[in-house]
Design a protein around this ligand. Structure first.
Ligand SMILES: N[C@@H](CCC(=O)N[C@@H](CS)C(=O)NCC(=O)O)C(=O)O
Length: 216
């Protein structure tokens, strides 16, 4: 198994958590340096035409792409522990929470968007940060409202870890990138704190990866 990764990538952070929860160790982790723009190099474009990570090759392939699709693939091929509830309504809630992070919020703050704001629209750094914080906080606000529900337990959905918790952890890491205080979102913060104490989550954190500032 080969994972295309970079320490700072929040989408890859999600996949790393799922791999850890499933007890899967990729044979190879290929670094795609997003700061240097390696995602746009011809060699990687041939791997993933979206020029984004994560990407995963399991055995003979084909290439797996998009974090949520990869995580559901891992869940289907390695069912224990399950990352989705058994009931359709529960699965819909968990996928909905996950998609607020991975589909509604995160795509607005990825490097290609920030670089477009900078180079094409000529927005200065403070304005670009304002953009990122705005969309990040919009998702935090929606998540907090959804989590204020009897379906929430120790984690986002009951007392078992699900795909929604994986996405919540990546949103929490993003809060650090943009210096967003999560204290005004107490359900979100409580769950983020719980998750950060779990080994599979702690080991997957961006700042624990090779190349990250302060990592070894
Ligand atoms: N929706 C995708 C997002 C993939 C994505 O945009 N990944 C970022 C890193 S977190 C990336 O590689 N961006 C490259 C760029 O924006 O140029 C997923 O969840 O996998």
């Amino acid at each position: 198994m080969k994972l295309f990764s970079f320490w700072r990538s929040l989408a890859t952070h999600r996949v790393r958590i799922a791999l850890n929860l499933k007890g899967i160790m990729p044979d190879e982790v290929a670094q795609v340096d997003l700061i240097k723009g390696e995602q746009r190099a011809a060699a990687f474009r041939a791997v993933n035409p979206m020029m984004a990570i994560p990407a995963l090759i399991d055995g003979d392939g084909p290439l797996l792409f998009e974090s949520l699709a990869i995580i559901e693939y891992l869940d289907e091929t390695h069912p224990k522990p399950p990352l989705l509830p058994a009931d359709p309504r529960g699965r819909a809630r968990v996928r909905g929470l996950a998609q607020i992070v991975a589909c509604d919020s995160h795509p607005l703050i990825v490097p290609r968007v920030r670089e477009y704001l900078e180079h094409e629209l000529k927005l200065d750094e403070a304005t670009r940060l304002r953009w990122c914080r705005h969309w990040h906080i919009a998702a935090l606000t929606a998540l907090e409202t959804h989590l204020n529900d009897s379906a929430t337990g120790r984690y986002c959905h009951g007392d078992a870890i699900t795909l929604a918790d994986i996405c919540l952890a990546s949103q929490a890491a993003g809060s650090q990138y943009f210096s967003v205080d999560i204290a005004p979102f107490p359900n979100f913060k409580r769950i983020a704190d719980e998750l950060s104490a779990i080994d599979a989550f702690a080991r997957a954190h961006p700042l624990k990866q090779p190349g990250a500032p302060g990592s070894h």
